[in-house]
Design a protein around this ligand. Sequence first.
Ligand SMILES: NC(=O)c1ccc[n+]([C@@H]2O[C@H](COP(=O)([O-])OP(=O)(O)OC[C@H]3O[C@@H](n4cnc5c(N)ncnc54)[C@H](OP(=O)(O)O)[C@@H]3O)[C@@H](O)[C@H]2O)c1
Length: 200
Amino acid sequence: MRKLVYFIASSLDGFIAGPDGADPTGPDGFWPITESYVQHLVTEYPETLPAPARAALGVTAEGTHFDTVLEGRRTYEIGLKVGLANAYPHLRHLVFSRTLAESPDPGVELVAGDPVETVRELKQQDGKDIWLVGGGELAAALFGEIDRLVVKLSPLTIGNGIPLFSRGAAFDPTGWHLSEHTVLENGPLFLTYDRGTPTA
Ligand SMILES: NC(=O)c1ccc[n+]([C@@H]2O[C@H](COP(=O)([O-])OP(=O)(O)OC[C@H]3O[C@@H](n4cnc5c(N)ncnc54)[C@H](OP(=O)(O)O)[C@@H]3O)[C@@H](O)[C@H]2O)c1
């Protein structure tokens, strides 16, 4: 069965963005993006690059991991505010919102219902894995459905901000096991964890 994968950039202290909820990797952002990090995305996860970045880098590869992407409304609106109504036209793109009345782009499916039910339905369908972009609130709502974490760990602490799992996350110690790791030049790590303790 296809997996729900929370593929997410995190600081060393577990934050995915600053307290203002803006894009920390944008032009005025504080999040360092190294050349090695971009190159790793291009090589291993080209489908996770937004369309303008794919065009600028000359990336056309479909990628092998994901064919579907899920975003919370606040994450989606970061792109929308700068005129990017569909950052991932190369993927099936679902945005969860109970307030947006109409999709700003024909390629973006708005979902007002329960994200857990939607993900369970998606998992029954054939396809590649499902990429949960975030943010922290949607990830908290979907915590029980997440099969894999790919944490793009940056050599950075920020002290305060939006955590990996935010609003509504329950206290729920959960074991994960490291199934893959990549150490990149200048500090970023890609850490893949699967739910559960190792079996061997
Ligand atoms: N570091 C990274 O890789 C990364 C990745 C993604 C995002 N981010 C950052 O994360 C921040 C945004 O995260 P966030 O936690 O504030 O917001 P979010 O999870 O992106 O969006 C929250 C919104 O999603 C909808 N939603 C959430 N749970 C729902 C549910 N159970 N049912 C239906 N709709 C639901 C609601 O929209 P309505 O209010 O419309 O109902 C809610 O207000 C931004 O700063 C962004 O830059 C970072």
